[in-house]
Design a protein around this ligand. Sequence first.
Ligand code: F0G
Length: 473
Amino acid sequence: MPQDRPTSLHTMGQQYGRRSWAEPWKIKMVEPLKTTTREQREAAATEAGYNTFLLRSADVYIDLLTDSGTSAMSDRQWAGMMLGDEAYAGSVNFYHLESAVQRFYGYKHIVPTHQGRGAEHLISQVMIEPGDHIPGNMYFTTTREHQEMAGGKFHDVIIDEAHDPQSLHPFKGNIDLAKLRALIDEVGADKIPYVSLAGTVNMAGGQPVSMANVKAIRALCEPLGIKVMLDATRMVENALFIQEREDGYADRSIAEILLEFCSYTDGAWMSAKKDNLVNIGGWLAVNDWDTFEELRNLVVVFEGLHTYGGMAGRDMEALAIGIEEAVKDEHVRSRVGQVRYLGELLTEWGVPIVQPIGGHAVFLDAKRFYPHLAQDLFPAQTLAAELYLDSGIRSMERGIVSAGRDPKTGDHKRPKLELTRLTIPRRVYTQAHMDVVAESVKACFDARESARGLRMVYEPKYLRFFQARFEPI
Ligand code: F0G
């Protein structure tokens, strides 16, 4: 085991060699994978309207749609499932969950929810008044939807580098303080209930926020009465980037970095389906008692009683254990190391991806992959379809389809980033699977000139990317 930590940007692999991130576990149970023929995949893609969200997982070979709820649980977590206290109220498992969040994230008051968007809904309804403005470090689909449904307007105040897939800025998730100040001056601090800060930033390519940035945001906001609320969904991965890249943190553990980061924020919402290593679950946490009282009251309307919030007792137990496993340094290093392995391979082979390689996924840069396709032909959606047709590997569009329409003008929002996400589930696939993925991406890259794009033939009103249907051109 290497003792030293890497000193420069994403060079862990080079410094330690190919085995630097070897998994700190061995496999106890396996699930067979299914392969399909090209004809079967063509039929499945047609039935799914060329939208990877509409494929049946039985038709998928390696599933990189998302890292959400797709982790493998540990033997300890499965043992914890047997200790479910399925009481309607006051389950023992809730108190385990509460103390795990308090211990590892440092917040005072916890509200469980069925998953991240349940928490986003509650926090948006409690903190946002119609006409409010919510600055954040790039939008996330469900987060912004709930902020807008509560009557808020989201403003992207992330640094410009985040929108450039080739910028090597080490903290592309940072908020641009000048943009944040300009918004405060324009609309007034009393119209900004909180800054919506995500670590890491999913839509930017899994890019981190630095400790210096969160401290500066706090220093700016606190005197103005603006809260700092954290989307902690992948904050453990963010902590690894701080350990690797920020001065003064090389010798601090992931757990210490996580606690310090959270201490500069007033609360957090969590999709526990990611970092926390469970298949379903979420939570909300705040330090302010009055906010907590409102949240605890509202949770019973939408999720369930405040001691289960939509989760079974056994799920809360697995979550409490997952929180503790997730902050172990060797776990995070191996998890991000695997993502980086895939990204470095693709980079070596000349495939355009978002740099630096992020924490949870490799993002293919569909604009550079298919320079001949206009954004209205949905290049990232096309690439996801081509990759599925080639090998049965499932990825996700994160471009113009995900961005949706401007509620005022009705036109497409046209994000600068047009990406196809290869999202790596935690503790599920092996290095050989990563090789297969890279080979299939390369095959699509070699055939890139034949891609013609897609036409949208069905468009749902909310979060259209989930259920939209397409036809090849
Ligand atoms: N915040 C972030 C940063 C997310 O990535 C997600 C979900 C949520 C909130 C919502 O949480 O799904 O538990 O309701 N992201 C998934 C993904 C869907 O594939 O990236 P949820």
